[in-house]
Design a binder for this molecule. Structure first.
Ligand SMILES: Nc1nc2c(c(=O)[nH]1)N[C@H]1C(S)=C(S)[C@@H](COP(=O)(O)O)O[C@H]1N2
Ligand SMILES: [Mo]
Length: 478
């Protein structure tokens, strides 16, 4: 991984050919300015919509036991001053306007996007436990204070991006299923907590890179919330669930945290108080909030959010019915893809003739890119640890014409870049086509045609023998 990443910006129609390579000075200037504004968190949501605690306990549970509906009466209220764009009140889903998102390298908590699937739990920190079980030597039940005192306190600056970020672009191509996020379902925070690795080691988990059986094991997480997608299940089984490979959890440089602080303060209820998982480099969906249970198991989580969501379905799947036969054939998303977005100017109306500063964000490990009409942007990406998990903010001074067309793209160390055109999929995930102002491109071609059915391929005989030898109970899917 490399620390210095470079983003590119193009003004294809204005004909500029400015060769400018970051000399490091621009970066440190930018660093000072951006880092100057780091983190103030003055919003601790605690107020309730209902003030009468007397009626609530009797009346509300009765009501939703009958209807199976989830109740949102205990959700934190949202300050009227908040400038978040609210997509949904229940469950609460909101993102910041893009120019605000790139004002600070570390996103202040009130500006950080909020992505929820059900009511926000109201957890008593003194009673809350995190259970660790499954393929471990010793089960653990850890209180929040114990997590703080028993394990090394670690800080990680990491960007979280919802896999549905920029779904609005795919939705313009064809209807998608999900919250129609713009490009603000992403943020960078300074997270503090215990390493998941240290906790798993305390439970007796030992990994050996040569152990082929463990290579497919997963660490499953369950939250204490109840989700709309699971509300038809029995009470106690409606929680949010997800998993990551054990290998990522145990990587000493993987930086997976059981976080109790965000930007130097206890987590707010909306972000997972009192404990959440933070999986740097993975889609936000794997960073489970209100963490209640950790299970080491031989395969991925069977939870809805691992198996029936957050997958890139083939382009001819356009409904829940069509999706049904593909869910089990398509892998779950783990790591995020290459992304970059222009946040300022925010829209075509803001593109005015004259010199302007264009700003945005980018992540993945980017390297220099160029082309006839491409120029490099100045980057702000302070080193935040041995592995860089946080985004790069970039900016470029350019002379704009009235009809300038701005495009940005990022390239990572493996040469992966952002596609020219959106890759439509029914769930509208991993949307990362080149970001354009005035308009994000919508291709003319249609995806209606149904593809050929996938055929199952049998592995070679000697591999089959190896697979049947395995005692782990792990299924191999070909
Ligand atoms: N328990 C629980 N964890 C969760 C979720 C949830 O609804 N419940 N949403 C997930 C998704 S899809 C994302 S993108 C991130 C969002 O984290 P944030 O709300 O702190 O921004 O949390 C993840 N963890
Ligand atoms: Mo997400």
């Amino acid at each position: 991984m490399q620390r210095c990443i470079r983003g590119c910006l193009s003004e294809p129609d204005s004909g500029h050919h400015v060769e400018q390579v970051d000399d490091g000075k621009a970066e440190s200037r930018a660093e000072n300015r951006w880092l100057g504004g780091v983190v103030t968190c003055d919003w601790e949501p605690s107020a309730r919509f209902f003030s009468s605690d007397m009626i609530q306990p009797i009346f509300i549970p009765l009501l939703y036991l009958l209807s199976m509906e989830l109740s949102y009466v205990a959700d934190p209220s949202h300050p009227p001053s908040s400038s978040l764009i609210i997509h949904k009140d229940h469950p609460f889903n909101a993102e910041p306007p893009l120019p605000q998102l790139v004002e600070h390298y570390v996103t202040p908590e009130p500006t950080f996007f909020k992505r929820n699937h059900g009511p926000i739990p109201d957890i008593d920190k003194t009673k809350h436990r995190v259970e660790v079980k499954g393929l471990v030597a010793t089960n653990l039940s850890l209180g929040v204070e114990e997590l703080r005192s028993r394990f090394e306190k670690v800080d990680v600056v990491a960007t979280l991006e919802c896999a549905g970020n920029r779904r609005d672009h795919l939705d313009k191509v064809k209807k998608t299923k999900g919250v129609i996020w713009s490009a603000g379902a992403v943020g960078t925070a300074w997270w503090t907590g215990a390493r998941l690795r240290d906790v798993l080691m305390a439970a007796g988990v030992r990994t050996d890179p040569r152990n082929r059986v463990q290579a497919t094991w997963h660490v499953a997480f369950e939250g204490a919330d109840e989700c709309e997608e699971e509300k038809d299940k029995d009470v106690g089984k409606r929680g949010y669930g997800s998993s990551i490979p054990l290998e990522k959890a145990m990587d000493p440089l993987g930086d997976v945290l059981l976080a109790y602080e965000m930007n130097g303060k206890p987590l707010s209820r909306l972000h997972g108080y009192p404990i959440r998982v933070v999986v740097p480099g993975y889609i936000g969906a794997r960073s489970v909030k209100w963490l209640a249970r950790i299970t080491i198991q031989a395969e991925e989580s069977r939870a809805f959010f691992q198996q029936r969501d957050y997958k890139i379905l083939p382009p001819f799947v356009t409904s829940d019915e069509e999706a049904a036969e593909y869910w089990d054939r398509v892998p779950s998303i783990g790591e995020t893809n290459v992304q970059s977005v222009i946040c300022e100017p925010a829209s075509a109306e803001d593109v005015r003739p004259g010199m302007a500063t264009v700003r945005g964000y980018a992540f993945s490990d980017l390297s220099i890119d160029g082309g006839q009409t491409w120029r490099c942007a100045d980057l702000c990406q302070p080193s935040t640890g041995p592995r860089q998990w946080s985004w790069c903010l970039w900016q470029a001074r350019v002379r704009l014409e009235k009809d300038s067309r701005l495009v940005c793209r990022a390239v990572d160390l493996a040469g992966n870049t952002q596609p020219e055109e959106p890759m439509w999929n029914y769930r509208g995930v991993m949307s990362n086509a080149r970001f354009r102002i005035p308009d994000n491109k919508v291709p003319a071609q249609s995806y209606e045609k149904k593809g050929k059915k996938l055929t199952q391929t049998q592995p070679p005989v000697h591999i089959q023998a190896h697979l049947s030898d395995k005692k782990s109970g792990t299924k191999a899917n070909f």
